[in-house]
Design a protein around this ligand. Sequence first.
Ligand code: NOJ
Ligand code: CA
Length: 557
Amino acid sequence: MTSMTVLGNVAAGLPEKDATWWRQAVVYQIYPRSFADSNGDGIGDLPGITAKVPYLRELGVDAVWLSPFYPSALADGGYDVDDYRDVDPRIGTLAQFDEMRAALHAAGIRVVVDIVPNHTSNRHVWFQEALASPPGSRARERYVFRRGLGEHGELPPSDWTSTFGGPAWHPVGDGDWYLHLFAPEQPDLNWADDEVREEFLTTLRFWADRGVDGFRIDVAHALAKDMAEPLPSQADLDADIWGGAHPLQDRDEVHDIYREWRRVFDEYDPPRTAVAEAWVPAHRRSRYASPEGLGQAFNFDLLEASWDAATFASIIDKNLALARESGASSTWVLSNHDVVRHATRYGLPDGTDLVAWLRSDGTDPLPDEERGRRRARAATLLTLALPGSAYLYQGEELGLPEVADLPADVLQDPTFFRSGGEQKGRDGCRVPLPWASHGPTLGFGEDRAHLPVPASFERFAVDRQEADTESTLAFYRRALAARRHLQTSETLEWLKNVPATVVAFVRPGGWASITNFGTTSVPMPAGEVVVSSAPLDGDRVPAETTVWLRLADAPVD
Ligand code: NOJ
Ligand code: CA
C-alpha cells in the first residue's frame, strides 16, 4: 500500500472525545533538532515535522511526543528552557507549531509536549531578575539560593554533586549560591513558591488551549525539596533512602503539585494526559501514575534489562501489576534520547559498561550489529504486544545504531564537558535521521547538520527501507498496523509449558506473542502468523525472534 492510499482511507481528524486514547497508544518521540530540517540551516524544525506527517501516518503511530522546542541556549539539548510559552526561532514559530499540530491531528496523530518544571535555563527572565536582585530578595525566592559557607560565603552551602558531574551549587558573586541538580545553566526552581506553581499552571493551559493532547514531565520526581538546615552531605544523599525520606528525590509533597495539575488537565474535554519521567523505585512509580496525579509514568525497566527471558517476563509481570494498582496503563520503553540505542545495546555482550564503551568510541568491545538489530526487532515486537502504551524513539524504526565515534569537537552534551571528557554523553543517539540515501546530510537537510550524519547511515535511509519489504521500517509498519487491529483489553495470559528461553503470552481475542531469547529454534503453537521479527523456520520460532500468531486453539477470553 502506498502512503497515498493509507492517507486517503483515514477519516480526517481524531475521535473528538476519546478520554482513554493514551492507555494503549504508540507514542513516537521526536527530538526536533534531529528529525527533519526544512530550510537547510542544519537544525531540524517544526515545518520539517509537518512535512513528515505522511511518514508518521504511514508508520502508524497514535501520538508524537516532542522533546523541548522552546527558546534555549542548548546547554542541555533544550532541557534548559528560556521561555516555556514560545518556540525557539531556529525551530519555528508559534504559528508553525499550530500548523504542525493541525496537520498531525488531521492525520489522526495526537501531540504531547515536554514540560521541564524542575529547572529553567539561566537565561529565563526570572533567573535574570534573580541575578540582578540582592540576596534575600523576592526574585531569588523563585529559585534555590543559599548563603555560601566560609567567612565570605566563598564555599558552597553543601558538597552536593550535580547529575552531569561537578558541584550542584554555583556562586553568583555576592555570597549567594544557587542549586542546579543538572548543568549550571539549569537553576532549580523553588516549588514551595506560589508564583512558581501558578506559572506552570498557566503554561499547561497555554499548550492545552493550543490543542496539545498531553505532556511529558521532565524529572517529575525532583520538584519538591526539603532544604531545611543543616543540609545533609552528599554521602547522606547517596544512601538508599526512598519512600519519601530523601531530601531531593521522590518526596511525598511532590504529588500535591500534580494534584493541582490534574485539575487543570480535567478542565479540558478530553482531559489532557501526562506521563512522568520519574526515576524512582518501581513500587513508588504508581503514585506518579495515579489518576489523581499525572496519570501515567515511564517504566524504564526494559530499557535497563539485559537480553534474558526470565528478566523480561518478571519485569512485565511486575509492571502490569503496578499499573493495575495505580489505575494507569503500563508504559514500555526500549530507547530514548538519553540512552544508547537499543539496536546497539543488544549487540554488546551482556553487562557491558556503556560509559566505558562510549569512551572507546564504540570499539571495545565491537558490537555485533546484526545480532543487535535482530534482538532489537524481537524486543520491539514483544513490547508492542504488551498491554499499555509503547514509546518509540525516532530512528529506531530504521534500526539506527548509536553513533559512538562522534569527534569531540562536535559533541554537545553537558555530560561530556562536565566530566572533563571522561564521559561522552548522549549525542550518539541524537544524530539526525537519514531520509534519503544521497546528499551530504542524507536528506535530513541540505549541506549541514548540527551533528554530522555519518555516511554509514546511508544503508538505513528511509528511501532505501521503503523499497525493501524486509527492512526494519517495513517491519515496524507491519507491526503497528497489526497492533491497531489486535489491541483490546489490557490483560494477558502467560502461555504455560514453554522453554525457559521463551516469553510467550496470549492477549484477549486469541492472539499470542512468542519471543525466543535463546540461540536455537523452538516449536511454535498452531496458528496463523500475523507478523514476525525475522523470517520463520517452518513451524519453529528461530533464535532471537518474536512472532505474533492468531492461535488455532485460543483459550476463551
Ligand atoms: C531528563 C531528560 O530526558 C534529559 O535529556 C535531561 O538532560 C534531564 N532530564 C534534565 O532536564
Ligand atoms: Ca532548520
